[in-house]
Structure formats: structure tokens, C-alpha cells
Design a protein around this ligand. Structure first.
Ligand SMILES: Cc1ncc(C[n+]2csc(CCOP(=O)(O)OP(=O)(O)O)c2C)c(N)n1
Ligand SMILES: [Mg+2]
Length: 325
């Protein structure tokens, strides 16, 4: 068992949850105003899971974020305004507006990038983890995957090989109950994906992904195991995303009420914070500062120029340009 987080660490994690909530809320608002191109999937409702992962990692650890991990991108160390500008498709974005949500990366913080083909990066992660293991590094690679990925071939290849070679991979399985509108148990032989990991003989835990303290505890235990050279670890975070792929909600009203009110991660984390002796006034001041920070990133993104069409083929592949035929 790893020790509980200190009051200060809990406060820092709460602040980051609030930053993620504000980031996603502002992004959704701007998306509806037509300022954000393409499709948008937000991580609203999954803040405790994201922050638990972010705080358990070091800067040199690798991440493969999925489509609901905008928050993890800036928590990993990329300047927030560069993430926001990227999502707005602007030239000042971290990938000059060419990556937008599904293809942006930042090598400076070992963010190896998302991929539009769900699950595909689970095999890419094997290569990085193997390389680092061979070099004797104690860094690990965190892979963020949704429940909808668990039927993919890459998912199973990745867990098997990581287990055989004892690779330093932290599998973060964000089980929010649905892939598009299909419940987990309709498309898999179990609704508890931790069962699959155990089938591959990989140490695994299922945790309440809306409970910051529990999610953080499980993630830090996993990281400790991996850094000790013991091989991969799988954590299944049971959570719920507010925003599905479409407007409106297909989920039963009672379920919506449970996750948005009774088991809401921000509310739960705030209650714990007050229990630990932080004053309501201090929490509000901190929240206000976070909101201002996020709005400054939005303003930066809005006022940034669009990419120059003449540079459309620059930086597309590392070290060179794609030549026109
Ligand atoms: C291989 C593949 N199949 C289908 C899609 C289309 N698609 C995008 S998101 C998504 C659902 C993913 O569900 P899940 O992994 O549970 O993530 P969630 O959106 O619930 O967080 C699908 C099917 C895709 N991107 N890649
Ligand atoms: Mg899902």
C-alpha cells in the first residue's frame, strides 16, 4: 500500500481537476460557437481519473492520450495555451494546428500522441517501453484507452506481449460504460475489463474513477510496481462521461442523475477537501484563478492566426517535408 496523499497534494490535485473541468467546459462552449473545428469529445466527468494519472507520472514518463484526454496534455507539461490553440486549429498550437485533437503530440514531454484508430497505439507503446527497458531507464509509458477499445486485436496483443516481456506500461482503462452508445457488456464478454487483464496474468485493479483518493491510490500503487521493474500494471477506472458523441442523451435519466449529481467527481473531491480542513473561501479563490487562467488560453487561441496554407506540408514527417508529386 502506498501512503495517502498529503493535504497539499490533495489540494493541488483538486485544482488540476477544476482546471480540466474549466478547460473542457470552455472548449465545448467555443465548439458550439463554431470556433473549434472537427469533432469534439470532452473529458467532463472523468477529471478524477485524469488527474490521478497525471500526478502519478514524472515528466520523462511517456503518455499515449486518447480522445478525452485534453486535460492530460497540459497536465503533462505542455503549455495550456498551446494545447488550446491546437484544438482551435491555429498556427500557434503545439503542432501548428495540424494535429488538432486526434493527432497532436509533444515530444518535449514524451507525449507520443493520440491516433484516430482506437487502440492502435497500444502496440506502438510496446516499442517505446521495450526501448526504455533495454536502455535501463526507469521511465514508464501510460496508455489511456476507453472501454470501447477492449475488443480490438491490438489491445490483446499489447497486454500479452507486455506481460511476457515485463514491459514498463501502465494501462489506464477508462471504463465510462459506453462506446458511442453501446454498453460495455453488449460488446465484450464482461463489463469488468479488469477480468481481461487478469486473464493475461497482469496485476490489475478496478477502482472508482470518480473518487480522486481511490483513483490516485491505485495509480500510485501501479506506478510503484512498474518502477520496481515488475512489468506492466492495469488499472480499470469506473467512471462516466457527460458528453457523448452526439447532442442529447440516450442514457436512462436515473443513471444520468447518479453520475452528474450523486457521484459527481468535483463535488466528491471538494467535500473531501473541506473535510481535510481547507476553507470554502480558499477553494473558491483557487477556482476563480483557474477559470481566469483557462479563459486567457481561450483568448490566446482565438486571437492566434490560422495556419499558413504555404506551410501545409512542413513538419508533417519528422526531419523533412512531404514533396508534392
Ligand atoms: C478502430 C476504430 N473503430 C471505430 C472508431 C470510431 N470511434 C471513435 S470514438 C469511438 C468510441 C470509443 O469508445 P470508448 O473507447 O469507450 O471511448 P469513450 O468515447 O467512451 O471515452 C469509436 C467507435 C475509431 N476511432 N477507431
Ligand atoms: Mg467508453
Amino acid at each position: 500500500m502506498v501512503p495517502d496523499v498529503s493535504k497539499q497534494e490533495y489540494l493541488d490535485m483538486y485544482r488540476d481537476m477544476w482546471r480540466v473541468r474549466q478547460f473542457e467546459t470552455a472548449l465545448e462552449r467555443e465548439y458550439k460557437l463554431g470556433n473549434v473545428p472537427g469533432m469534439l469529445h470532452t473529458g467532463v466527468g472523468q477529471e478524477a481519473t485524469l488527474v490521478a494519472v497525471a500526478h502519478a507520472l514524472r515528466r520523462e514518463d511517456g503518455i499515449f492520450p486518447d480522445h478525452r484526454c485534453h486535460g492530460l496534455l497540459f497536465l503533462k507539461g505542455t503549455p495550456g495555451e498551446k494545447i488550446m490553440a491546437e484544438l482551435f486549429g491555429k498556427a500557434t498550437g503545439i503542432c501548428s494546428g495540424k494535429g488538432v485533437p486526434l493527432h497532436s503530440a509533444d515530444g518535449r514531454v514524451n507525449n507520443f500522441g493520440n491516433n484516430a484508430i482506437e487502440g492502435s497505439f497500444m502496440v506502438t507503446a510496446l516499442g517505446i517501453a521495450l526501448g526504455w527497458k533495454m536502455q535501463g531507464k526507469d521511465s514508464l509509458v501510460a496508455v489511456m484507452v476507453g472501454d470501447g477499445t477492449a475488443g480490438r486485436g491490438e489491445w490483446h496483443e499489447s497486454l500479452n506481449l507486455a506481460g511476457v516481456w515485463k514491459l514498463p506500461i501502465l494501462y489506464c482503462c477508462v471504463n465510462n460504460g459506453y462506446a458511442i452508445s453501446t454498453p460495455v457488456g453488449f460488446s465484450h464478454t464482461t463489463s469488468n475489463l479488469v477480468d481481461f487483464a487478469r486473464g493475461y496474468n497482469i496485476p490489475a485493479q478496478q477502482v472508482d474513477g470518480n473518487d480522486l483518493r481511490a483513483a490516485s491510490q491505485a495509480t500510485r500503487e501501479a506506478v510503484e510496481h512498474i518502477r520496481a521493474g515488475e512489468g506492466p500494471y492495469f488499472v480499470e477506472y469506473k467512471t462516466w462521461r457527460w458528453q457523448g458523441p452526439f447532442s442529447g442523451d440516450f442514457r436512462p435519466p436515473q443513471e444520468v442523475k447518479y453520475w452528474k449529481e450523486e457521484h459527481e467527481p468535483m463535488r466528491m473531491a471538494r467535500a473531501e477537501l473541506l473535510k481535510r480542513g481547507v476553507s470554502g473561501e480558499d477553494v473558491e479563490t483557487m477556482e476563480k484563478a483557474a477559470e481566469e487562467e483557462i479563459e486567457s488560453w481561450v483568448a490566446f487561441a482565438k486571437s492566434s492566426p490560422a495556419p499558413d496554407p504555404a506551410k501545409a506540408t512542413a513538419d508533417v514527417y519528422a526531419g523533412g517535408e512531404v514533396k508534392r508529386a
